[in-house]
Structures are given as C-alpha cells and as structure tokens.
Design a protein around this ligand. Structure first.
Ligand code: GLN
Length: 429
C-alpha cells in the first residue's frame, strides 16, 4: 500500500498551515511526556500540521513525515473495531459513553455496573481491546493494526523499543486491568489485554497519516485516498461522537467549546480531529499541557477553528431556501411547476411543502416537481416528500417528477428526465 499524495503549486490551505507553523514553532510551553524514555527523549521542536479533504487531497506544513508512536489515538480505532465486531449495545455493556472529567489514567468505574467511563481513556480502551475479535493477543493486535493501516492507507511501522518501555512502565494500567477484571467489565485475561493495549500504543504514524485517518472518519468510514471502506458509516458516527465528548480527556468540554470538532490526543504529542463531510486533520508536537494534550496541537486547532469556522455546531449556510421556482403554470394541462434545488433536509422541507400547496391551490390537480437540481436527500426529506406525494395521489392529483439522473427519490409517481418530457407526457395523456 502506498498513498499518492498530490500537491498543488499554490495550495492556500498549506499556506495558512505554513504561517501557523511559523508562528507556533516559537511556543515552547509544556513538557514532553516522562512516561517512557523514548517519549522523554523526543525532539520537542518537532511540529507537523496536515489537513486531508474529503476527496483525499492533503495540505501540510512542518514535520509531517516524522514517525511517532500513535499512543492513545489508537483508542479511537480500537473502539471502531470493537463496534464493528460486536455492535454498539454489546460494547457498551462493558464501557460507558460519558466524559470522565478526570485524567486519562484515572481509576474510576461506574458504581453499579463496574464499567469504565468511556473508550477514550485508558480503562475504557483496555475493555475495547478485550472486546476486539481474535483468538489471542497476536490476532487481536494484528486486526487493530490492519484497521489503522487501512485508515491511513499504508503499512504502518511498529516501535519495539516503545513497546518494551510501555511494558516496563505499565503498573498503573495493569492495576486498572486487574481492577476491571474483578468488577466484571474486562472480558479477557489481564496479560493478553495488556499486550494488545500496549502494542496498539506502539504503532508508528506520521502527521500525514493522522490527517488521512481523520478524513476516513470524516468520510463515514471510507478512506478518501484509497477509496477503501474501513468501517461502516454508523461506526464512524459513534466514534466521532465519543471523540467529541471524551477525546481530549479532562479538557474535552473546553475543547468542544473552543474548537468544536471531534478529536483524540495521545501522550506522544499527536492529535487527530475530524469534521463529518469536511476534513480530517493531524497535528503533532511533543510538548504536552497539564492534561496530556499537545500544546501546539491545541493552539493550532483553536486558531484554525476560528479562521476557517470549523466548529461542527456552526449554523450551516447556503442550502436554504430550496425552492427555485414555483410561479410557472401550464394552464393547457391544468398543471403547475415547482422546481427545487439544494438539499432536502429537515429544515428545508417546510418551504417545499408550502410551495407545493401554493401551486395546487391555483391549478387543476397536476403538479410537476422538478428535482433535477436537488443535491442531497436526507432520510427525513425523502420521508416527508414521499408522504406528501402519497397524499396527493390519494386526493387523485397527478404528480410528474423531473429528474435527469432518474434517482427515484420518490416512488409511485411518473418520472421523466426533462421539463419538455413532462410536457410531452401531459399532452399525450
Ligand atoms: N501508553 C500510554 C498509557 O497507557 C497511552 C496514554 C496516552 O497516550 N494518553 O499510559
């Protein structure tokens, strides 16, 4: 597997990333992790930024090719695999979906069920490692690694030294595992679970990999560079949801307020963030703040969120109103035409129904509905439109749908490709 990464001569996003890199590389706040020697000795000057678009175009600045251990960012992908293997209900019998408000290595289990708070902290990730399908630790880890590779679109390295150092420094995580085993939330033995967990932390990624992995989440589970489906759209949504509420440890709430996109950070200074349908982003800089998040990674994300309006809960613009034309009447056929453009989503349907009513008020039982320029149809748009058309049929109205692509957006109505074809159909009737 190798990823062809295209580069425009003058990519405006890369220019912004370059400016940001230049400004923030003088920010020396924070400390590198002291948890294992490899991380303690990391070059704290490293700084990479990469953004991957939904069509697989990567914009980047700084040290985007330097490899580092993925650490806790793997938790998002292990959760994805556990969900794919077992389904949401079975997974969440053993792990919650609530922000812990505590450090990533906290020992806090829900009182009644013994479940750890969520899959993005150590305790929860130990549980999801145990839930991943596979005969033994070797197979489980191989499956997690392949999933990360499919999301990155290339073969990923493994740092044997990091793994050994993690094993040597695993007392607390091991204690967590034993604790959860006794509480019933850890479904596998402690030793193999520790092996899977510490191995997944030791997989090597680059900042560019993280951007593409983020874009895979943003594209509903399809890697935009390779075109491969890595997990289902539903799994992608669950992962992004838990990343949004729990991905930044005890900074998750403030992160959502100031950046507003699902994210996951790791102790090596990596950070992944994504917005559905919009982008995946990878950031890397080893110095961490008190909560264990990359200082420059957080600062860069906040700057970009502001500059590009990335917050996922920003008021969307541009798709309303959707009724392009509702004045046209064809009296010779007793018909009126309503032409729609844009997205058929919850918010646009009121206007569509009102325009249909309007036309039917002043015509004789024939509605020509031009859907040719409809771009996206959400399930809710489809249901409301279908309901309205079924009702018109019950009232003995005729409905002619115009759609050049013949997408079959609604059923039970005559469908033609052009307005002229609609006229022909009506005149021959
Ligand atoms: N290997 C680390 C640990 O389990 C991962 C933690 C992290 O990246 N926050 O402690």
């Amino acid at each position: 597997m190798s990823v062809p990464v295209t580069t425009l001569i003058d990519d405006p996003i890369a220019r912004v990333l370059g400016e940001l890199h230049e400004r923030l590389r003088h920010d020396y706040r924070g400390e590198v992790s002291a948890s294992i020697p490899t991380l303690a000795n990391a070059d704290h000057k490293l700084f990479g930024l990469a953004v991957c678009s939904p069509d697989g175009f990567v914009s980047e600045a700084g040290d985007v090719d330097v490899e580092f251990s993925v650490q806790s960012i793997s938790k998002a992908f292990t959760y994805a695999l556990a969900l794919s293997d077992r389904g949401r209900e079975a997974v969440h019998e053993h792990v919650g979906a609530e922000p812990s408000g505590e450090a990533f290595s906290a020992i806090s289990l829900e009182e009644e069920t013994g479940r750890p708070d969520n899959p993005m902290i150590n305790a929860g990730a130990l549980v999801t490692c145990a839930l991943v399908g596979g005969e033994d630790a070797r197979e489980k880890f191989a499956r997690i690694r392949s999933l990360m590779e499919a999301a990155a679109g290339r073969t990923l390295g493994f740092d044997e030294t990091v793994y050994e150092e993690e094993q040597a420094a695993s007392d607390r995580n091991r204690a967590l595992a034993h604790f959860m085993r006794s509480a019933g939330s850890l479904t596998d033995e402690v030793d193999p679970t520790m092996e899977v967990y510490l191995r997944q932390c030791s997989v090597l990624v680059t900042t560019r990999d993280l951007a593409i992995m983020g874009a895979t989440l943003a594209r509903g589970g399809i890697n935009p560079v390779t075109g491969d489906r890595v997990f289902s759209g539903e799994v992608a949504r669950h992962v992004l949801t838990v990343m949004a509420t729990c991905g930044m440890y005890d900074y998750s709430g403030e992160w959502l307020l100031t950046v507003g996109t699902p994210a996951k950070s790791g102790v090596s200074g990596g950070l992944i963030t994504a917005s559905p349908g919009q982008f995946g982003m990878g950031l890397f800089s080893p110095k961490l703040d008190a909560r264990g998040n990359s200082v420059r990674g957080v600062a860069a994300s906040q700057d970009l969120a502001e500059r590009f309006q990335l917050h996922a809960l920003t008021l969307p613009g541009g798709n309303l109103p959707v009724v392009r034309e509702s004045e046209e009447r064809w009296p010779e056929f007793g018909a009126g035409v309503v032409a729609i453009q844009g997205d058929l989503v919850f918010a646009s349907m009121r206007g569509v129904l009102a325009a249909m009513e309007d036309v039917l008020d002043s015509t004789d039982r024939v509605l020509v509905l031009d859907l040719d320029r409809v771009t996206r149809v959400h399930a809710v748009g489809e249901k409301i439109l279908q309901g309205a058309i079924d009702r018109l049929h019950d009232l003995e109205h005729d409905v002619v749908i115009v759609d050049g692509a013949r997408r079959g957006i609604v059923t039970g109505a005559v469908e033609v490709e052009t307005l002229d074809a609609a006229r022909d159909w009506l005149s021959e009737r």
